[in-house]
Design a protein around this ligand. Structure first.
Ligand code: PMV
Length: 308
C-alpha cells in the first residue's frame, strides 16, 4: 500500500490573538505545500530514520490517533518551518489523510488538530482547518454561515466556516526570528487582565475580522488593505509586534494595500497585500528578511497518488 496527500501553508489575514479571547479570525491558504507519502513497513520510519516520539511528536501522535500499523513516512515540504506559516499543520493534515485513506475533511481536520494539541500542548484549529479546506476559513465561537465543521478543544467549540478567497498576491516577509506562540498568547492574556485598552483592542480586532469577511466577499482589496493596517496597529497595542516587524511593515508599505504581522508575532513573519510583489519582496530582502511571493486561493488537502 502506498498513499500520498498534500496540503497548503496558511497565513492569518485577520484576528490572531483576538481569536483566543473568542473573537473571530480569518485565515487563507497559500501556494506553498507539504506532501506526505506513506507505505506499509516493518517499522515506523520518517524520511528513512526510525521514528521516535521525542524527535518526531507530530508523526508519532498521528500514527497513534489513527491507530495505524507501522509505516514508512516520507515528507517533502516547500513550507519554511518556524515562520508561523503552519508547516506542522500541513504535515499533520497530509499525514493523517494518508493514514486514514478515505477520511472526511471534518474528520481529518479534527484528528490533525488533536495531533497538534498533543504535540504542542496547545493548538488552535486555524492552521489545521485551513490546511484541510484551502481557500479561506472563518473561525468563530458562534455558529457561522457556510459552516464546514466544528472542532472541540480544551477551551470549547470552534465553528469553522468557508470563505471564498480569490487569487490575491501576498508577500510574506520572514523576520528571521523564530516565534513561540505559547509565550506570546500568555503575554497578551496578562496585558488584557491589567489594561482596559488592551481588552478594547482585542474586541476591535474582532470587529475588523467581521468587516474583512464582507470585504473579501466583494473582493474589495483596497478596504482589505486598510483593515490590515488597522489590525496591525491593534496588534502592536497588545504587545506582539516588534521593532523588526514594524520595520519590515514600513518597508513594504509603499508597494502594498496594507501589511501586518501574521500569527503569534514577537518574531515570525509579516504579510503584505500587494499588486507589486517583486517590489515588496525586494524591500524585505534589503532589510535582511526572507520574502516569499505567494498567492491565495490555494486548494486544500489533495490526494496526490494512490497504489495498492
Ligand atoms: O503562530 P501561528 O501562526 O500558529 O498563530 C497563532 C495564532 C494565535 O491566535 C496567536 C494563537 C491561537 O491559538 O490562535
Amino acid at each position: 500500500m502506498m498513499r500520498s496527500y498534500s496540503a497548503p501553508a496558511k497565513v492569518i489575514l485577520f484576528g490572531e490573538h483576538a481569536v483566543v479571547f473568542g473573537e473571530p479570525a480569518i485565515s487563507a491558504a497559500i501556494d506553498l505545500r507539504s506532501r506526505v507519502t506513506v507505505r506499509d513497513s516493518a517499522e515506523n520510519l520518517l524520511n528513512g530514520m526510525p521514528l521516535r516520539r521525542d524527535s518526531s511528536p507530530y508523526a508519532f501522535h498521528a500514527l497513534e490517533l489513527t491507530e495505524s500499523s507501522p509505516m514508512e513516512i516520507t515528507v517533502e515540504s516547500a513550507i519554511p518551518a518556524g515562520g508561523g506559516l503552519g508547516s506542522s499543520a500541513a504535515f499533520s493534515v497530509s499525514l493523517v489523510a494518508s493514514l486514514l485513506g478515505n477520511g472526511s475533511p471534518g474528520r481529518v481536520a479534527e484528528l490533525a488538530f488533536n495531533v497538534e494539541l498533543r504535540s504542542q500542548g496547545r493548538a488552535s484549529p486555524i492552521d489545521t482547518s485551513t490546511a484541510v479546506h484551502g481557500q479561506g476559513i472563518f473561525v468563530s465561537r458562534e455558529t457561522v454561515a457556510n459552516e464546514l465543521w466544528q472542532i472541540s478543544g480544551p477551551s470549547g467549540i470552534w465553528h469553522i466556516g468557508d470563505i471564498r478567497i480569490g487569487r490575491m498576491n501576498i508577500v510574506i516577509g520572514y523576520s528571521g526570528q523564530g516565534a513561540a506562540t505559547g509565550p506570546m498568547v500568555e503575554r497578551v492574556r496578562k496585558l488584557c487582565e491589567r489594561f482596559e485598552v488592551a481588552r478594547e483592542a482585542i474586541s476591535e480586532i474582532g470587529s475588523i475580522s467581521l468587516e474583512a469577511k464582507r470585504a473579501l466577499e466583494r473582493n474589495d482589496i483596497v478596504t482589505l488593505g486598510s483593515l490590515m493596517d488597522r489590525n496591525q496597529k491593534l496588534l502592536s497595542v497588545v504587545g506582539v509586534s516588534t521593532r523588526r516587524l514594524e520595520k519590515l511593515i514600513q518597508a513594504v508599505a509603499p508597494y502594498s494595500y496594507g501589511a501586518k504581522l501574521t500569527g503569534a508575532g514577537g518574531g515570525g513573519s509579516i504579510i503584505a497585500l500587494t499588486d507589486r510583489p517583486e517590489k515588496a519582496a525586494g524591500a524585505i530582502s534589503l532589510l535582511g528578511g526572507v520574502p516569499y511571493i505567494c498567492r491565495t486561493g490555494e486548494t486544500g488537502l489533495r490526494r496526490e497518488e494512490d497504489e495498492g
